[in-house]
Design a protein around this ligand. Structure first.
Ligand SMILES: Cc1cc2nc3c(=O)[nH]c(=O)nc-3n(C[C@H](O)[C@H](O)[C@H](O)COP(=O)(O)OP(=O)(O)OC[C@H]3O[C@@H](n4cnc5c(N)ncnc54)[C@H](O)[C@@H]3O)c2cc1C
Length: 447
């Protein structure tokens, strides 16, 4: 183990942990990362399916994701990031609609023309609105119903919110929705098609390059090594207790702990004063339940399909191979079926084969030709802290990065607001946290 008086322990080797480590090492700090999983990357990690690296949960970047784009440039990966035209559809339980251009909106006869015009105008209003604080006390559902009308909510934006927040969609704060419009419309020029970024070689290429750079700068990454406790000993020294290689329990001293684990995990491994504890307890998450399939045929012509049918057992279909050129996956078809669920939801608990059968029945409604034989290979995974639930007045309950325990910092997805959490904002937050840690040491030196 490294010993130095500017020794920093990072818990979690997701994007926040890895990019923080990289920036801290560049500033001359000593860094060790402890990761409970056997792999790095957390929610943005990949698996190998049919010879291709593919994210456990579908991932892309927006043109406004400047923090991660800068990081990629810094890592020498500028040539790997490619921009692809996106394609979005809606399935209402009976029919597929294209939903990507103003022309599609005009053609969307599920709602009266007056409502379509209102939808267009409200979207423009949100796109050009730069101050979002006044939206804090509204839920997105109330705000949208009030301004754009019930039809727009029920047929278009309600399903989009449901696709992201499932049963909690009615509780989501308006700033989150405003942030979503900003990023999605920021990723297109005027009325042109949206473009989305994806690295050649998948997000793995960013993660692997970060990992190599961290190690070449003297950092160490311990996989399979969950941290069980952050505490102060009788001499008031900051320490962590961890299980090395999932085998032997160890302790170590550190000057600073930067934890990037979900709030519910942070509560388990560290004792905080009540006020901070309440904030951590208020951070609620949805889990993601995701099938990744290799199919014989393409299911729909869209990359992103929102399901606007309350009877659907899943919330979205993301056909990864429709985003990238057909050559990229050598004409193979990869698709995600996704749900954001409360971890007590029956679908989150159901046996994977039973869930697959239920999903397959519904896939036939989307494409009548689909049958189970189309599935050449698949994998199923669940991500427990996939989506923080961002309610109204959310700003008031966000736990601070500088915790009340001296030398203990927290940076996780619940602190990203009003933007939707994403790898770009993990990188952005890591830059902020690195400045705070730097200041922490400077303040100590000036005592
Ligand atoms: C389905 C889905 C789709 C997404 N789509 C996109 C997208 O299109 N674009 C985008 O930019 N972002 C997307 N995201 C979000 C993005 O993946 C996350 O915001 C980002 O990866 C979060 O990084 P993180 O490091 O903060 O957290 P995590 O990735 O959750 O990392 C935390 C790490 O801590 C580890 N850990 C937990 N407890 C302990 C412990 N006690 N000891 C040691 N280690 C521990 C975990 O194993 C994990 O590796 C998506 C996420 C999901 C789930």
């Amino acid at each position: 183990m490294i010993s130095n008086e500017k020794n920093i322990t990072i818990i979690g080797a997701g994007f926040t942990g890895l990019s923080s480590a990289y920036y801290l090492l560049k500033k001359g700090f000593h860094v060790e990362i402890f990761e409970s999983a056997p792999f790095i990357g957390g929610q943005a990690s990949t698996i190998n399916l049919s010879g291709f690296e593919i994210e456990r949960g579908y991932h892309h970047l927006f043109t406004g994701d400047t923090n991660i784009i800068d990081l990629m440039n810094d890592l020498g990966l500028q040539n790997t990031l490619k921009w692809h035209p996106s394609s979005v559809g809606i399935f209402d339980g009976e029919k597929l609609f294209s939903f990507q251009s103003p022309i599609d909106l005009i053609k969307f006869d599920k709602i009266p023309l007056f409502d379509r015009l209102r939808l267009g105008l409200i979207t423009l209003f949100l796109k050009y609105k730069k101050k979002w604080k006044s939206l804090e006390s509204f839920t997105a559902s109330d705000w949208i119903r009030g301004r754009a009308g019930k039809n727009v909510y029920d047929q278009i934006w309600g399903p989009l919110l449901r696709g992201k927040f499932g049963d909690y969609s009615e509780e989501i704060g308006m700033p989150w929705f405003w942030g979503k419009i900003q990023t999605r419309f920021g990723s297109r020029k005027r009325f042109s098609q949206e473009v989305l970024g994806y690295p050649d070689g998948s997000f793995k290429i960013i993660l692997d390059t970060l990992s190599k750079k961290i190690q070449s700068l003297g950092g160490v990454i311990y996989k399979n090594s969950p941290v069980k406790k952050i505490y102060f000993n009788d001499q008031k020294e900051l320490k962590i207790k961890y299980i090395e290689n999932n085998i032997s329990q160890k302790t170590k001293n550190t000057n600073v702990v930067l934890s990037t684990v979900p709030s519910f995990e942070m509560l388990k491994i560290c004792d905080f004063p009540d006020e901070y504890k309440v904030k951590l307890e208020s951070s609620k998450y949805l889990g993601a339940s995701v099938f990744i399939m290799e199919l014989k045929e393409s299911l729909t012509p869209y990359y992103w399909l929102n399901i606007a049918d309350k009877n659907s057992p899943f919330l979205g279909v993301i056909e990864q191979s429709n985003l990238l050129s057909h050559n990229y996956y050598k004409n193979k078809h990869f698709l995600y079926l996704t749900n954001y669920l409360d971890r007590n939801d029956w679908r989150y608990k159901l046996e994977e084969s039973e869930l697959l059968n239920i999903y397959c029945d519904y896939l036939k409604k989307i494409n009548v030709n689909f049958n189970k034989d189309w599935i050449l290979d698949y994998t199923y995974n669940k991500i427990s802290a996939a989506q923080p639930i961002i309610g109204k007045n959310y700003g008031e309950i966000i736990p601070e990065i500088i915790t009340p325990l001296k030398g203990v910092f927290l940076a996780n997805t619940t602190q990203i607001y009003p933007e939707d959490r994403g790898t770009n904002y993990s990188v952005k937050m890591s830059q902020k946290v690195v400045d705070l840690i730097d200041k922490h040491f400077r303040d100590l030196e000036s005592l």
